[in-house]
Design a protein around this ligand. Structure first.
Ligand SMILES: Cc1cc2nc3c(=O)[nH]c(=O)nc-3n(C[C@H](O)[C@H](O)[C@H](O)COP(=O)(O)OP(=O)(O)OC[C@H]3O[C@@H](n4cnc5c(N)ncnc54)[C@H](O)[C@@H]3O)c2cc1C
Length: 304
């Protein structure tokens, strides 16, 4: 039995929205299909009458730099992100996270929009977009608007997007500038192919002297029910001198404030708690080093 009856390839946002509306809740948005088709096949959702493929919408698979701002269409694939030099240099954490998603086949069709719309607190691309303070271009109940990305999520696997009616169109975020840098690392089961045990992205800005954190954002997932920054850890480091002491301070505050959950398939809460510390010790110094030197070569991309 076919997984769907009708398959549409609209070329504009309006056409996609009109198609979704015409099926009155019985059509689903599809991009790369790497999550969606498994969900349908495994009965995690009812078989839709129709799939509305957004990847032919004009501009939705485009990356565009406007000065210090980067715009990504929701249909941009992980492989496109990995290949973009300006992102490697100035949004390094995003390249590092998209570079370890699945294998080459998944990265070639899986999109950053699909990663976000799936709304899992462990989504690798999502973790880095949160650390980069991205905004999302969305159409919710017919109203096109920009939302801080974090405001899109309501629970594990749940966002404000009704994927039978709404559309995620794209993202924008500021590229790292002088004295800024970012990094992403994750812990994965050796044979794991899908979501990580834990991922951590950090973005830092150093002060004029290069010796103190002027600002920073750290996203660790899955910890909370939605992708979110570790605000208490960030607060503890803002204004602090960079170096080993700051990393240890981050570890202590993370231990006190972050409560990861046990997942049946991936790891216990206790293991994740320990891994938060490991990731902070790896990611923070790397982001600081990149901010200091202005040089960033993504690590680990395509290695898993
Ligand atoms: C073998 C394998 C390995 C994987 N490894 C990883 C991994 O290491 N890390 C990781 O984070 N993920 C991983 N994934 C999950 C998946 O590949 C990614 O989340 C991918 O980015 C999903 O994008 P997609 O375009 O395929 O989404 P789809 O499957 O097309 O869509 C996913 C969901 O989002 C909705 N959707 C998609 N685009 C939009 C849009 N523009 N507007 C509104 N709703 C939309 C769909 O309706 C669906 O509910 C893996 C999957 C597989 C099969």
């Amino acid at each position: 039995m076919s997984l769907w009856t009708h398959y549409h390839t609209p070329t504009t946002v309006d056409e996609a929205l009109a198609l979704l509306a015409s099926y009155q809740g019985c059509a689903r948005v599809i991009a790369g299909g790497t999550d969606l088709l498994l969900d349908i096949r495994h009965g995690h959702m009812p078989r839709p009458d129709a799939l509305v493929d957004i990847t032919r919408i004009a501009g939705i698979a485009a990356l565009h730099q406007d000065g210090d701002v980067m715009m990504l269409g929701a249909g941009v694939t992980h492989a496109q992100i990995v290949a973009e030099l300006v992102l490697a240099a100035r949004a390094t954490c995003l390249v590092e996270s998209c570079g370890v998603v699945g294998g080459p086949q998944v990265r070639n069709v899986g999109t950053i929009g699909g990663n976000v719309a799936h709304a899992l607190p462990a989504g690798d691309g999502t973790t880095s977009l949160i650390a980069l303070d991205a905004m999302a271009d969305v159409v919710l109940e017919g109203v096109r608007q920009w939302l801080p990305l974090g405001e899109l999520f309501v629970g594990p696997g749940q966002s404000r997007l009704d994927q039978t009616r709404d559309l995620l169109v794209g993202f924008r975020f500021r590229l790292s500038g002088p004295r800024e840098g970012s990094a992403f690392k994750r812990i994965m089961r050796p044979q794991g192919v899908a979501l990580p045990i834990l991922g951590c992205a950090a973005w830092v800005r150093l002060d004029e002297s290069g010796e103190r954190f002027a600002d920073l954002r750290i996203c660790i997932g899955p910890v909370a029910k939605v992708p979110a920054c570790a605000e208490a850890v960030e607060e503890a480091l803002r204004g602090a001198a960079v170096g080993a002491e700051a990393v240890e301070r981050a570890v202590v505050v993370a231990r006190e404030t972050l409560r990861p959950r046990t997942s049946k398939y991936r790891a216990t809460a206790a293991y994740r708690q320990e891994m938060i510390e490991v990731l902070l010790r790896r990611v923070l110094p790397l982001a600081v080093q990149r901010a200091r030197t202005g040089e960033a070569i993504p690590e680990g991309v395509g290695m898993e």
